[in-house]
Ligand binder design. Structure first.
Ligand code: 13P
Length: 332
């Protein structure tokens, strides 16, 4: 367990954070299509290589979360992506959940699948070089009706079973109960739902004997829903987010990373800076950083358009955003 604690803490070296490059084949296909890029296995390899093959990413990234297909693909250096990242001092991780399905007791909510074959798959991922793993659950807000306590609890149980098995296999679990941005709710409701979700999650993690010192929490920020017509200031987001975390996350947790969740790159950067600043101000006990997919990729993808000649400009945009997000993670 000492090793796991050291690995979990190493993700939080000053100003460093994670790139989530773990879109499933389905999501990656939709993402590429939204930029007019036709998808194929080779195109998805080039998509990953655009980010993972960029020079100097190790200045900003301590880890990258990969998808199964990407583990065995190779970058321009002819090494598999996990080996290439490890050679540059970036820890390779793997998304191990298998997506969501409607929850039988409440069909407008979702439960994450993937526990059945998990133990065998973990051994294989480890051999391919993964040192940490991610499991994502989604929590949907709809007025006062959703989420239901049953959906929060079922997702927490699966996250805890996953985390226990992953620690047992000698890898660091990253638990991600994502409270979605979609909806008409206001920031105070998002904060209450995050607090409740995390409160239940950490109670169930304890029941499953998961050691929080060797575990990373990935969470959403407390934001008004994207159909609320309300735009929160970074200070408002920071105050509510840090309050929700202080009320629900045990102090021994190795650290907390944030997802971008559909915020623009600029919003995700400014909100992170304000959260880190606020956390320092109130003496929050855990290190904080980013684990973004869309907010780190968006500007680069709109320049790349799937064309080799656009790779240098797209990588420059990615590096420029990484530098800004990294400064935000230091609270600057
Ligand atoms: P976004 O930053 O695009 O929300 O993605 C992070 C992630 O890993 C979602 O599971």
């Amino acid at each position: 367990m000492t090793d796991l604690v050291a690995i979990a803490r190493s993700f939080f070296a000053s100003g460093k954070g994670l790139l989530a490059a773990d879109e499933s084949v389905h999501t990656a296909t939709a993402r590429l299509a939204s930029y007019g890029i036709p998808a194929s296995e080779e195109m998805r390899r080039q998509y990953r290589n655009l980010f993972l093959g960029a020079a100097d990413i190790e200045e900003y990234l301590s880890g990258v979360i990969l998808f199964e297909e990407t583990l065995s693909q190779k970058g321009s250096d002819r090494k598999t992506f996990p080996r290439s990242l490890a050679a540059r001092g970036i820890a390779p991780g793997i998304k191990v959940d298998e997506g969501t399905e409607p929850f039988s007791s409440s069909p407008n909510e979702f439960i994450t699948k993937g526990l059945l074959s998990l133990s065998e798959r973990l051994e294989g991922y480890k051999k391919q070089g993964a040192v940490f793993t991610k499991w994502r659950a989604v929590i949907r807000i709809d007025g006062d009706h959703l989420p239901t306590a049953a959906a929060i609890h079922e997702n927490a149980k699966r996250l805890a079973t996953y985390a226990r098995d992953v620690q047992g296999a000698g890898m660091v679990p990253l638990v991600e109960p994502e409270v979605l941005l979609e909806g008409k709710h206001l920031r105070a409701r998002a904060r209450a739902v995050i607090e409740e979700t995390l409160g239940v999650l950490f109670a169930v993690l304890k029941e499953h004997s998961v050691d929080c010192a060797g575990l990373i929490l990935k969470t959403a920020m407390a934001l008004s829903g994207n159909e609320s017509g309300k735009k929160d200031t970074p200070e408002e987001v920071a105050e509510e987010t840090v309050a929700a975390l202080l009320a629900s996350v045990p102090r021994q947790t190795a650290g907390i990373v944030f997802l971008s969740g559909g915020q623009s790159p600029e919003q995700a950067t400014e909100n992170l800076a304000a959260i880190v600043h606020r956390a320092k101000e109130v003496g929050a006990p855990w290190p904080l950083t980013f684990s973004y997919a869309r907010a780190l990729q968006e500007e680069a993808l709109s320049l790349w358009k799937g064309k080799e000649e656009n790779v240098p400009a797209a990588r420059a945009a990615f590096l420029a955003r990484l530098a800004k997000v990294s400064a935000a993670a230091r609270g600057e």
